[in-house]
Design a protein around this ligand. Structure first.
Ligand SMILES: [Fe+2]
Length: 487
């Protein structure tokens, strides 16, 4: 077996699903805040049957970890996201689809009996997108929309998850029989309750689509946007009036998928920001172009006069999309670091400017108070490389007049974190609240949920809730706040 960082250490999957309901199931250091009520859900790849060669982090089965809080009492459970792909692979007891030999013929063979369901769906729907529901891992993020929980990946529609049991339910259809790819980073406008999304395809027609879903859950806008090449498009932003969909020269293709990747770095193709009114009116579409760079995630965006200001984690080139040696250098050697950067789009002149705001930290997984999506936010939180070997630090950052001020907390040596989730307990624009972060303790070979005071980030966590096992490094989470249940 070739060396593969994505199957080593805390990238390696765990096989078991646990349900921990008693205090004795946990080791808790410190005190769990009693005013933390609700559930923190986090999704991430956990391949049940990793591909023998060319397994990539982005292709593992989804596994959701949930920590539920009620008046200081904690419960935990983790469950695989049971997609059609997962069911097929579990029945076959092996990886079927992402084995580096993806071809139409093997695909048809591997689909086995599911080929009938695929064919009947193809005929019934006359749409090749039925593929997106069969071949999905739903491993990237979670969406809480209209009090319902969904597991997301950018290649398929949202997949509903039962919030209490984490049982996998049906794909979202948004009242319009929706079956196309849908981003893992949709945006809920906190002012209107509308949900905005994008979707991209690597083949077929309409390579980029913009969607608006109203607060009743119905898709009310679907706009195809012409793009100059097939880009891997992971995230986008909204402001009060606009959606901005940047594309970077990460060219997505079936050829890359066959090599166990999604996209190839083609810097000559440049970076292009597409701005469209949030109602999806194609007549409002504008394009801003600049030289090559890459962004997986945005902090937020807002309008300032006749400009759009977008904060992002910017890379010089596409990371995590090459060979094992390069992935190691990027994940533990500080190569091609993610930097906090700002893009400013001038709607009058049509010009775009970019600036790196901070060279001190390599950062990722930015999070804000969700009540400030699309408006100027006072603070954001992120995971950082403090010591240079993976995420061992969480930051609260404030950008004032283009200057950045951090409050930092570095976890103990050998402890590695992920996305910091902000749970506000005060008004928007205050940092009052908690930061939740799943931390891997490499000495104990166990993980814990660190609960920190967001207003005092430099202090050690208020509590560390250890589970008896490792929680593999994952991607994104969501907080579902609830009222206190007495009893
Ligand atoms: Fe992401």
């Amino acid at each position: 077996m070739q060396p593969n960082i994505f199957l080593e250490g805390n990238f390696a999957p765990i096989p078991n699903e646990f349900t921990l309901t008693h205090s004795a199931d946990f080791e808790i250091k410190g005190k769990v805040p009693k005013d933390l009520h609700g559930t923190y859900y986090r999704n991430g790849p956990n391949p049940a049957y990793p591909a023998a060669t060319k397994h990539h982090w982005f292709f593992g089965d989804g596994m959701i970890h949930a920590f539920e809080f009620n008046r200081g009492h904690v419960q935990y459970r983790n469950r695989f996201v049971v997609t059609p792909t997962f069911k097929m692979e579990r029945a076959a007891k092996k990886n079927l689809f992402f084995n580096g030999a993806l071809s139409p013929l093997t695909n048809l063979q591997l689909l086995g009996t599911d080929i009938f369901s695929l064919m009947s769906n193809l005929i019934a729907r006359s749409n090749a997108d039925v593929y997106t529901r069969l071949l999905t891992k739903a491993n990237t993020s979670l969406l809480l929309f209209r009090e319902k929980l969904y597991a997301l990946i950018e290649s398929s529609p949202p997949l509903k998850i039962e919030a209490q049991t984490l049982a996998t339910s049906a794909f979202a259809e948004f009242g319009v029989n929706f079956i196309a790819p849908f981003t893992a980073h949709p945006k809920i406008d906190p002012r209107t309750g509308y949900l905005y999304g994008i979707g991209y395809r690597v083949f077929g027609k309409e390579r980029l689509l913009f969607y608006a879903i109203n607060p009743s859950g119905k898709m009310v806008a679907r706009t195809a946007i012409d793009i100059p090449f097939n880009a891997m498009i992971h995230d986008f932003v909204i402001t009060q009036s606009y959606a901005v969909i940047p594309i970077f020269p990460a060219e997505a293709s079936l050829s890359a998928l066959r090599r166990g990747l999604i996209a190839d770095w083609k810097p000559d193709k440049g970076t292009h920001f597409f701005v469209i009114a949030k109602n999806g009116d194609i007549a409002t579409l504008r394009r801003f172009s600049l030289p090559a760079c890459f962004v997986y995630h945005y902090v937020n965006a807002h309008e300032e006069g006749k400009t759009i200001v977008i904060d992002a984690i910017r890379y010089e080139k596409l990371p995590l999309m090459s060979d094992d040696q390069t992935h190691r250098a990027e994940l533990s050697g500080g190569e091609n670091p993610g930097r906090l950067a700002r893009f400013v789009l001038d709607l009058t002149s049509g010009k775009i400017e970019e600036a790196i705001l901070d060279e001190n930290f390599a950062v990722e997984f930015p999070q804000i108070d969700q009540r400030r999506v699309g408006e100027k936010n006072a603070f954001h939180f992120s995971a950082a490389f403090g010591n240079g070997d993976f995420f061992d630090t969480q930051l609260r950052s404030e950008i004032v007049k283009g200057k950045v001020r951090h409050e930092t907390y570095r976890f103990p040596t050998g402890h590695f974190c992920g996305e910091p989730m902000f749970v506000p307990t005060g008004k928007a624009q205050e940092s009052k609240g908690y930061i939740l972060n799943i931390v891997y303790d490499s000495h104990a070979e166990r993980s814990y949920l660190a609960v920190s005071d967001a207003a005092k980030m430099e202090r050690k966590p208020l509590c560390e809730i250890y589970v008896p096992h490792r929680i593999p490094y994952g991607f994104h989470g969501v907080w579902h706040g609830q009222r206190s249940q007495r009893g």
